[in-house]
Design a protein around this ligand. Sequence first.
Ligand code: GAR
Length: 228
Amino acid sequence: MSAAPRKRVAVLLSGRGSNMAALLDAAKDPAYPAEIAAVLSNRPDAGGLDTARAAGIEAVAIDHKLFASRAAHEAAVAAELTRIAPDIVCLAGYMRLLSQDFTDRFRGRMINIHPSLLPLFPGLHTHERVLAAGMRVHGCTVHFVTEVMDEGPIIAQAAIAVLPGDTPDALAARLIRAEHRLYAEALRLVASGRARMSGDRAVLSAPETQSGPGDILLASDAGRIVAL
Ligand code: GAR
């Protein structure tokens, strides 16, 4: 049993929410150091909201189209987060640019998953771009969120092989399995205090159960994650 109370997590998403579902799944283990307190989406039709509700988690839509400006929408999201009072905010496919005010407010407590080995391929259409570049490996990154989109101290990464004949869809389907494993492991590190932000770096301390420093996570195609 974990001695410390579990950290409260709010998840922000815009789409189907499969990464959020992976976090929910991990949190079913009572020893997992985080619990999902609420899910917020800027899209009322996001599948992730239904998944959260079905699991008995509070799910809130704050439709960006109903606000006059980006700033007004973001203020409404911030107000909702103040009410929920999470310890940690997880961005899981949240496709909105965030202001520096917002990222500063959650500095060191907000993490994001991105479908590439950052700093390569920030932004959209990463699988297409990886193939166009002739990459032999692809991967995903969980990082602390700063004011620059898809940048910020890297907590953990997982890599998969690019196979002959891969299409963007095939690559995305293999990578999403690694994303699910990686995000659950990265949130475990942050919630347990083993990963923290120090200046512009993520500092990791070795978990007792791993033989190495535990600062590199490698996912195989089978979705297995090994700490090197
Ligand atoms: C995931 O692939 C995530 O890495 C990506 O959106 C997808 C959401 O899928 N995020 C970004 O591109 C952020 N820059 P999901 O809704 O099934 O979790």
